[in-house]
Design a protein around this ligand. Structure first.
Ligand SMILES: O=C(O)CCC(=O)C(=O)O
Length: 359
């Protein structure tokens, strides 16, 4: 029951539906979970318990989806906003995983030979969309692209794409504190040099990444990424997280099976567990941001990478969907106007694609 302190008992907030054996679910009063009508003045909460214990409760925003949503669920929306990430199991089929592993292994072998890698050498290769057609296809994976568009809108492009191969490491890496400055992969949030802009101590939503895991990361210390739940919401530079260290209660080790995708805000603090398992960890990352920002992997992709691309691929690769190079508009001499800043519909084919998906 929700009971305003200063006014009389509010009938509609009496008696929420009973909650049994659940640890994460919204409370509803007469099927209403929206408490905004009693927001503002202090309230008292009355709990009626039968053979029960309350561990925690909190007030959060109410999450709803617009009619335009392509694939995102309310739970994914809430997790993305509150925790900064969610997981999609079986985002890739096992056949897709197998095909991608072949490609990843070829690149590792090529670099290992060319650069005389030692047994523990990591490969973090960038701009993979330009390196192989299959790696390019993943940037528009049909299970994930709708979620990216739901979260960022259709006026997006790739900021980066990379593959990571981390062979097993020496055991001594397990002795360093997770993500500490002395560890092989300290806690950090992604961002350009000199940082993202801050608005009242909060980092605006500037970009997101999708991680696709190709190997089994279900065991502790198998090289999985760790994220600090909710850390995308506050600026670490302002709230002193760097000095105080990361709250271990909020750390999530992303122990997942092959084919799982991690959809995450790159402002989340993240680091890696050491890979003390028997096999190399292999994964792919695709970062998306707004088209009016600059990519980190390229200014323009090479012509041979763009040749034969679909309009949507061109858009995601940072080009105009038309394939034309009138980047500053049709009258650049008198009235230059960036087609990234003011795109026409044909410059952003994801718009028409999204509309088609909704029908
Ligand atoms: O290798 C990983 O899993 C994380 C890489 C990373 O720090 C990033 O994608 O920003």
């Amino acid at each position: 029951m929700v009971l305003p302190i200063t006014s009389r008992f509010v009938k509609s907030w009496a008696n929420s539906a009973p909650i049994q054996d659940e640890i994460d679910r919204p409370v509803r009063w007469n099927s209403n979970a929206d408490l905004s009508a009693v927001a503002g003045p202090p309230v008292r909460l009355c709990f009626a318990l039968g053979n029960a214990v309350i561990y925690a409760f909190r007030f959060t925003g109410v999450y709803t989806l617009s009619d335009e949503t392509l694939g995102l669920t309310v739970q994914q929306r809430r997790q993305f906003d509150e925790d900064g990430f969610f997981l999609v199991e079986d985002a890739l089929t096992l056949d897709e995983v197998a095909a991608l592993l072949v490609v990843v292994d070829v690149f590792y072998a090529r670099f290992a030979a060319a650069r005389a890698f030692g047994p523990h050498e990591t490969l973090q290769m960038r701009n993979i969309v330009a390196a192989d057609p299959l790696l390019k296809e993943v940037m528009e994976h049909p299970r994930i692209l709708p979620l990216v568009v739901d979260l960022m809108g259709f006026n997006i492009q790739l900021r980066t794409s990379h593959l990571d191969v981390r062979p097993p490491m020496e055991q001594e890496h397990g002795e360093k504190a997770l993500g500490s400055p002395e560890s092989f992969f300290p806690w950090h949030a992604d961002g350009p040099n000199f940082g993202w802009p801050e608005v009242d101590g909060v980092l605006p939503f500037m970009e997101m990444k999708v991680g696709y895991y190709l190997t089994d990361l279900t065991a502790h210390n198998s090289g999985a990424i760790c994220v600090v739940k909710g850390s995308h919401r506050t600026s670490p530079w302002l709230d002193g997280q760097r000095e105080k260290g990361v709250d271990p209660e909020r750390v999530v080790e992303v122990n997942v099976k092959p084919g799982t995708a991690l959809v995450w805000r790159t402002a989340l603090w993240h680091c890696l567990t050491p890979n003390l398992a028997g096999d190399a960890r292999k994964c792919l990352y695709y970062g998306y941001h707004h088209r009016w920002m600059r990519s980190s992997d390229f200014d323009h992709q090479r012509p041979e990478v763009l040749a034969g691309c679909t309009p949507i691929q061109l858009q995601l690769l940072g080009e105009l969907g038309t394939g034309k190079d009138n980047y500053t508009g049709d009258d650049p001499e008198m009235h230059p106007v960036s087609r990234y800043w003011r795109p026409q519909d044909e410059d952003i084919p994801l718009k028409a694609w999204a509309e088609g998906q909704r029908r």
